[in-house]
Every structure is written in C-alpha cells, then in structure tokens.
Ligand binder design. Structure first.
Ligand code: URA
Length: 245
C-alpha cells in the first residue's frame, strides 16, 4: 500500500529533478496532479494512485530507465562520489538508484552531460568504436593562425597518440582571446584542452554544447531535463551505425 507524500519528494524520487529543483518546478506551475496545476510546496500526492505530470509528461515509475541531460556548471566533478569531497554532478540530480554520468567533463568544463541508469546506453554513447560526435565552444588565449587551426583539422600528435581530424570553426574574437567551435569524435582525457595547448593557444573556457543529436539548447547551468524518446532512439541508432553521428 502506498501513502501520500510531499509532491517535491515524489518528483525527486522519480528522478525528475533534485529536491530543490523539484520545488522550483512546482512553484513555476509545471506540475499537475490529476489534471490540476499544483503550486503549493506543502501539497501531497500518492505516486501510485495519482496521475502526476511534469510539463504534461507522466512521471517515470520505479524501475523505469531514466535518461537525463544536465547543464553541468563549472566547479563540479563528474563522478558519483569524490574522495576529496568536492561537489559532484550527482548533487544536481535526483537520487535515482544506479544513475551515473555518461562520459565525463573536467571540473572546469561546463555544458551538456548525459546521465542514465541504463548501462547499454552508456556503452552506446561512450564506446570509442561508435565515435559519437561531441561539440564544444572554447575560448582560447590569443589569436590562432589558420595554419595552427588547420593542424587540428588534419590531426596532431599528443602524448597519448595522434588525434583524429577535428572540425574547428572560428566564431569570433574578444580582446586578445578567440572563440571557436570544435567537434571531435573521441573522448580522451582533457582532449580539447590538450589539442589547443599543443598549438600554443590554451583554452580559457570550455563548454560542451552537443553530444550526437542532443543539444544543450537554453538549459541554464544546474538545470536538468529528460531526453525525449526520439533523442534516446536516435542515440541508440547512431551507435548501431545506421546513420552518421
Ligand atoms: N575535452 C577537455 O579538454 N575537457 C573536457 O571536459 C571535455 C573534452
């Protein structure tokens, strides 16, 4: 038998958002119980008996697979637990059993991070053989020449071996720094930072804006959304190599 619980607890337990973000969802009027918008934080609902929806979508049930997109802010580690007790990305999402980050972003990198409790999904997205495209926006120190950027487009040798060709597009300049967009199909440790370091233009800021077909869009730092069924299906399809990532 189930009992009514505070709505924000029900949302967090279902993997919709962290407890704090769940409160924001309620206050923003994005949550309905049996068709009625609920804006009071004290309201209770029964996860088994009531029809609870966020943005018009029913809550995942216990045991369902969960696929999330987080806009990781700078200053968080991409692990489930940090021995140095720094803040981790898990502090920003709901406490869903088995939920883990898919791949990683450096402590100082922000942007799109996928999380799931589905190991097959993690393998599909991160396996080097599948070569899922990852797109970043980087701010570089200085103004790299076309020749220097061309080296990255052709592939350069780092201390752990040659890189595959990257797509690099110059977006603009600001003072003595340069904005570029870079797309790579590998996921080696600190790869983007090391690539630009190697051509003498270290990365000052780095943000991931897309993984395969999934885009960061206008998600604010710290915010989470569910992947759509179409995004999940496309990622699996790309990994099966039925299309180009
Ligand atoms: N490349 C990097 O250098 N850092 C990241 O966080 C991701 C890709």
């Amino acid at each position: 038998m189930s009992t009514p619980q505070r709505l924000q607890k029900v949302l967090a337990s279902a993997g919709v958002a962290s407890r704090r973000h769940s409160e924001d969802l309620i206050l923003d009027g994005r949550v309905t119980v049996n068709g009625t918008v609920i804006r009071e934080l004290g309201a209770k609902a029964d996860p088994l008996l009531d029809r609870i929806e966020v943005d018009g979508r029913p809550l995942p049930k216990p045991g369902d697979r969960v696929y999330l997109v987080l806009h990781k802010p700078q200053g968080y580690v991409t692990t489930v637990k940090d021995p140095r007790r720094r803040r981790t990305v898990m502090d920003l999402v709901a406490p869903v059993p088995g939920l883990h980050p898919v791949g990683r972003l450096d402590y100082d990198t922000s942007g799109l991070l996928l999380l799931t409790n589905d190991g097959d999904f993690t393998l599909a997205v991160t396996h080097p053989r599948f070569g899922m495209a990852k797109i970043y926006e980087a701010t570089l120190r200085g103004r790299p020449s076309e020749l220097a950027l061309q080296k990255l487009r052709e592939g350069i040798t780092l201390d752990d071996g040659p890189t595959q060709p990257a797509e690099v597009v110059r977006l603009g300049h600001e003072g003595s720094s340069t904005h570029v967009q870079v797309s790579i199909h590998e996921g080696r440790n600190r790869q983007v930072r090391r690539m630009f370091e190697a051509i003498g233009h270290p990365v000052l800021r780095l943000k991931r804006t897309a993984v395969g077909p999934v885009k960061l869009g206008n998600l604010d730092p710290g915010q989470v959304r569910h992947l759509s069924p179409k995004e999940i299906e496309t990622l699996f399809r790309l990994a099966r190599n039925e299309d180009q990532a």
